[in-house]
Design a binder for this molecule. Sequence first.
Ligand SMILES: Nc1ncnc2c1ncn2[C@@H]1O[C@H](COP(=O)(O)OP(=O)(O)OP(=O)(O)O)[C@@H](O)[C@H]1O
Ligand SMILES: [Mg+2]
Length: 377
Amino acid sequence: MADVQEMDVDSEEVKLKDDNVVNKTINPTPTTSRPSTTSSITSTNVSGSSTSKKSDGRPWIEKYRPVNFSDIVGNSETVSRLEIFAKEGNVPNIILAGPPGVGKTTTILCLARTMLGPSYKDGILELNASNDRGIDVVRNKIKMFAQQKVTLPKGKQKIIILDEADSMTEGAQQALRRTMEIYSKTTRFALACNTSDKIIEPIQSRCAMVRFGKLSDAQILSKLLAVCEKEDVSFTEDGMEAVVFTAQGDMRQALNNLQSTYSGFGHVNSDNVFKVCDEPHPLLIKDMLQHCVSGNFEDAYKIMAHLWKLGYASEDIISNIFRVCKNESIAEYLKLEYIKEIGYTHMRIVQGVSSLLQMSGLLAKLCQKVAVPDVSQ
Ligand SMILES: Nc1ncnc2c1ncn2[C@@H]1O[C@H](COP(=O)(O)OP(=O)(O)OP(=O)(O)O)[C@@H](O)[C@H]1O
Ligand SMILES: [Mg+2]
């Protein structure tokens, strides 16, 4: 998904308000269907200026990128281990693997900064997917940097950062093998990737693998609240819940969604967030599921047809149904059945059958799960 969401002020949600059929189903006090993580949230006043005076045009993901280890939220065990490495020197070659937007690049930069101090600029070579990283670059640029003499604090080594290393060709990775060993006295490699299986085995064997997990809702929320305070953002509790819901454990996404909503509307509430993120509103999905639980196919279908008419992709709808269902208060056995059916439908959509009929079929199955069997037959 793109880092910065498009803003569409008069999007479907506005139309949605005029739609009597569906509007009836919307709860008058919108909240997302997530379990509340917001006990500590205090809503700020809606009135006030809509644009922050503190805004300096920089995206918040860069403005609030942690500079020290202590600013990094989540994955605390992993981060503190790296912090010790950085302070004591003698870092092994490392691979940081994990989903997008959880702080891998940030952590490597913190590590280099802590380790090298004032020599930070001279002591690192950073290459990411935007650089050419074919075999020639490994042979020339990386080797040259490794051979270069740089004055560093005692017991510290130069760091070569290979960000998004999973997009390096296999040939380039193969060429790294010997380089890693030959210059091991003076140089350390730090690789970041989303999927570690795209890193060839010999490189994995030369590195310590550090895994990053998705961030929890509470961790994302704590950072969002800190940013809101610094930027003087006016928000409501459900607005924050909505940002956390749309982010799905990705801090970059959360900050981008927060900033997009704030710059688009000047106020962060759940309606504005879903307009900016252009996702099916979880409240509609929640109502649709409730209709299925009460075996009411007609009304459930009305909502699905409405979402379809609004043009949402079936992938978006199904992933939203899953996220809402996961946190919905439905009887346990039924939830398991529902998730199974949602999973099957997702599989069929991925295989290419993503029609409205497919989605309606899912609703029929969900309604059927609660239907009382006709014993008279
Ligand atoms: N754990 C975190 N604590 C605080 N801020 C974070 C954290 N993770 C990400 N961020 C924010 O998100 C931005 C992007 O993070 P980063 O570049 O480290 O992600 P990444 O894990 O390298 O993702 P990708 O796999 O897409 O490269 C950072 O600039 C920072 O603002
Ligand atoms: Mg990164």
